[in-house]
Design a protein around this ligand. Structure first.
Ligand SMILES: Cc1cc2nc3c(=O)[nH]c(=O)nc-3n(C[C@H](O)[C@H](O)[C@H](O)COP(=O)(O)OP(=O)(O)OC[C@H]3O[C@@H](n4cnc5c(N)ncnc54)[C@H](O)[C@@H]3O)c2cc1C
Length: 419
């Protein structure tokens, strides 16, 4: 068995980025996915690569809004009570991580990962001949009232502490920047050092093509399980079709499917919840357009200009990954978005749904699996996996090769949740 071979399972942004980085460092990499690259969560996101995403959902400000969220009527957050009851220990740990000390650690860790990822995305977009998809003009947080703006104080202070470039806008400034937004927002915050793309799925596809053009292999196959092969500590991947393949190292990058896969194939349990979200594309009335993604904090949606139209994406629905859809948040988001922008009609018959895979401390797991040498993990990227796939790949490749890391790996260590 060639010691250089790596099999990566999952060809979302995380798996594809890992494939490119390990290939760049001299490994012979095969990338497996049951569909084509970039067709799942990495397809349907809002395409924002945001410095501001260093603020996890579980920050100290969560406590003051928790009673309202628990009523289960907010557009920003809904939960299935049965799912919550079955994942109560996840929920307790998630809330425990909203305390100030853990929040500080998480914000610092995510900031480092995001900064690393922004420069990597910019390099990869050029190398993959997809730079035309990149916008570097930031994104906007919109506030429907002065009170709403005042409520964002912790975020603004955190952005300042981490040097995130922002500018507070009044209604006139906002109208200069985005003239087609309706005059609904007395305040906005322009997060300036944020990039976005107009088709995250096609960016992942372009990265996968780059990997193949450099000699990498993409194999369309559903992996049903894995185990030790018996030859020199290698791993064996079992395709659902029955084929068995060997590799000296395996990287699991299955996004929201990793929890089930680890449980089924190795009996390992990870505390992951699914923050489901929906999107729908719209055209605009007349020549109305947006220059950059906007996050209407009161309306609880993001509206992003995409190649396919304006993509409206929703907040969080905590539920089993494959449970039936519940479109109430999309309907509320659409109503709110129509108040803010001249949307015309829906462009698809059915909304897209995906799951943000979230661990209790809102940090991904990146590193070697305890007690399973040669098995590497890269998953749990919650709301920011499109942004942080490329930084994750650098971190994972450095750890695998025993080379110095660009950022501190400890906040992402698998031992946080796996023993
Ligand atoms: C509504 C919404 C909006 C979002 N907006 C943003 C945003 O603006 N910016 C941002 O950074 N992030 C955003 N995110 C989060 C981001 O999309 C995810 O964190 C990221 O896509 C996760 O990438 P991944 O590669 O880990 O997983 P995925 O993209 O889900 O990839 C996992 C892959 O594993 C494959 N797979 C599963 N099981 C098997 C198997 N048995 N065998 C083989 N292959 C298998 C799947 O087919 C899939 O391709 C958003 C998410 C949602 C839901």
């Amino acid at each position: 068995m060639n010691k250089n071979t790596v099999a990566i399972v999952g060809a979302g942004i995380v798996g594809v980025s890992c494939a490119l980085e390990l290939q760049r460092r001299g490994h012979e990499v095969t990338l497996f996915d049951r569909t084509a690259p970039g067709r799942e969560t990495s397809y349907g996101n809002a395409g924002v690569i945001a410095r501001s995403s260093l603020m996890p959902f579980n920050h100290p400000g969560l406590w003051s809004v928790l009673p309202r969220l628990l009523k289960n009527t907010a557009a920003s957050f809904r939960y299935d009570p049965v799912f919550l009851a079955r994942n109560l220990s996840w929920a307790v740990r998630f809330l425990a991580c909203a305390r100030a000390s853990v929040f500080q650690e998480t914000a610092a860790a995510l900031d480092a990962l995001i900064r690393l990822s922004i420069s990597e995305h910019r390099r990869l977009l050029v190398e993959a001949q997809a730079a035309q998809r990149l916008r570097t003009n930031g994104w906007l947080f919109l506030y429907r009232s002065e009170g709403g703006f005042a409520g964002s104080r912790l975020s603004r202070e955190t952005f300042e502490r981490f040097g995130v470039a922002t500018q507070v806008l009044n209604a006139d400034d906002l109208s200069d920047l985005e003239p087609h937004l309706k005059p609904l927002f007395p305040r906005a915050l322009w997060i300036k050092d944020t990039d976005s793309v107009d088709s995250p799925g096609q960016v992942v596809e372009a990265y996968a093509r780059l990997f193949v053009s450099r000699g990498g292999q993409v194999r369309q196959a559903a992996i049903g399980g894995l185990g030790r092969s018996g030859t020199g500590g290698a791993w064996e991947l079992r395709e659902e079709s029955g084929a068995v393949l060997e590799a000296s190292k395996v990287v699991l990058a299955l996004g929201p499917w990793t929890r089930e896969f680890l449980q089924k194939s190795l009996g390992l349990s990870v505390p992951m919840a699914f923050e489901r979200g929906y999107h729908m594309h719209y055209n605009a009335v007349g020549n109305a357009s947006l220059g950059r993604p906007v996050y209407d904090t009161g309306g609880a949606y993001v509206l992003s200009p995409m190649a396919q139209g304006l993509r409206l994406s929703t907040g969080v629905q905590l539920a089993q990954r494959d449970a039936p859809r519940n479109l109430v948040q999309l309907e509320l988001a659409e109503r709110a978005a129509r108040e803010a922008f001249p949307l015309e009609s829906r462009l698809e018959a059915q909304a897209w749904m995906g799951s943000r895979p979230t661990l209790p401390d809102s940090r991904p797991i990146v590193g070697e699996c305890p007690r399973h040498p040669g098995l590497w993990l890269a998953f749990g990227h919650q709301h920011i996996g499109f942004s942080t796939g490329p930084g994750t790949a650098r971190l994972l490749a450095s750890l695998m090769r025993g080379e110095p890391c660009d950022i501190d790996p400890l906040p992402f260590a698998p031992g946080r949740f796996l023993r």
